[in-house]
Write a protein that binds this ligand. Structure first.
Ligand code: NAD
Length: 350
């Protein structure tokens, strides 16, 4: 397995491999860039088929965090860690303690947090061996409500603020009467629907599970549609809040929406789909910019901050998007490419 000439290596500052024979831990920490501050990024435990696959994943995710933190105006760099193995079968307390030791051994260059396969309980075990674990304790909620440690309310609020800015920019209107199609009514999607309903938006919703659909119909007056109908709806906004790669050659030809703004990570199947959206006159809110409420939340929980400071910081997502839109118009570039450029200006220049 090559590392320096790996296709996703892309100037990583540090890639560390760790094996603890006693607990069976096999993990990789990737630190992409720390010019803006220590690298923050979650720890993922996944049954990777090979160490090559784990390396590819950690390098891609870690680089993505440099862009996300830079655009979220955080004094943080980009990093990520992965543990190789099925969390339901192989995860033990000893392994989490060993992971804490691994994180500690980087001396604060990398701060870890939750990701797939890792829960708050696991982070608390890591924190017994490391000072560089975030997301173990929730002190604030952006709206002053009781914090339960779930960053989804902050993510949903950031997506709401970003969607509102995007609609103002593209359609020159507030949200009253604007129609929004939401794909995925999970932790983020349902909360986004509540915010939009309060502002008078008309909602169309879908999910592969019925749990929240009836509730959205009854409480938010939403129209429920089937998963395969969502892209072709004659709506103003599409909000992908389920999974990645939903903007692809098939879905793009169906879109009637004028704005795409949602929580899902990696919405564009390929970067070139940003150009196709632009050519069709559809404004795309770059996913890692609009969904940064969660990482902003984690940052404020780790610092000695306040609910008010967290809320203001999340609201900045709206201004950042407008800056991207203005610059992309000046440069005649798709918004995803302009966002990448702006992020690089921030984390490479320092
Ligand atoms: P979630 O699992 O709670 O919700 C996702 C919902 O999408 C589920 O209800 C699921 O049934 C539904 N879904 C899955 N496939 C679907 C399909 N084909 N059609 C329609 N619905 C489908 O996840 P979440 O925490 O709400 O996150 C949503 C998205 O936002 C994910 O892509 C996640 O990576 C991203 N994100 C979340 C956060 C956060 O703070 N939770 C932060 C940043 C990004």
């Amino acid at each position: 397995m090559s590392v320096f000439d790996h296709k996703a290596y892309d100037n990583h500052e540090k890639v560390a491999f760790f094996h603890d024979a006693k607990s069976g831990l096999k993990a990789i920490i990737a630190v992409h860039n720390t010019n803006l501050g220590p690298a923050l990024g979650g720890c993922r435990m996944w049954p990777y088929a090979s160490s090559e696959e784990a390396l590819t994943d950690v390098l891609r995710l870690s680089k993505g965090m440099s862009y996300k933190s830079a655009m979220a105006n955080l004094e943080l760099g980009g990093g990520k860690s992965v543990i190789i193995g099925d969390p339901r079968k192989l995860k033990t307390d000893e392994m989490m303690l060993a992971m804490g030791e691994f994180v500690q051994s980087l001396g604060g260059k990398y701060i870890t947090a939750e990701d797939s396969g890792i829960a708050v309980k696991d982070l608390k075990l890591m924190a017994q061996r490391s000072d560089y674990i975030a997301g173990t304790q929730a002190k604030y909620r952006y709206d002053g409500g009781e914090a339960d440690g779930n960053p989804a309310p902050s993510t949903a609020y950031g997506v709401f603020v970003g969607l509102r800015s995007s609609v103002r920019h593209a359609l020159k209107t507030d949200l009253n009467g604007v129609s929004v199609a939401i794909q995925g009514l999970g932790h983020v999607g349902y909360r986004l629907a509540e915010h939009l309903h309060r502002e008078g938006a008309k909602l169309f919703v879908t999910d592969i599970y019925p749990d929240n659909l009836d509730k959205a119909a009854q409480e938010l007056g939403a129209t429920v549609v089937s998963p395969d109908e969502i892209f072709a709806l004659d709506v103003d906004v599409l909000a992908p809040c389920a999974m990645g790669a939903v903007i692809n050659d098939n879905s793009i030809s169906l879109l009637k929406a004028k704005v795409v703004a949602g929580a899902a990570n990696n919405q564009l199947a390929e970067e070139r789909h940003g150009q196709i959206l632009k050519d069709k006159g559809i404004l795309y809110a770059p996913d890692y910019v609009i969904n940064a409420g969660g990482v902003i939340d984690i940052f404020h929980q780790k610092m000695d901050s306040s609910a008010e400071a967290m809320r203001k910081h999340i609201e900045g997502i709206g201004d950042t998007l407008v800056e991207i839109y203005q610059r992309s118009e000046e440069q005649n570039l798709p918004t995803n490419i302009e966002a990448n450029r702006m992020a690089e200006e921030r984390f490479l220049a320092k």
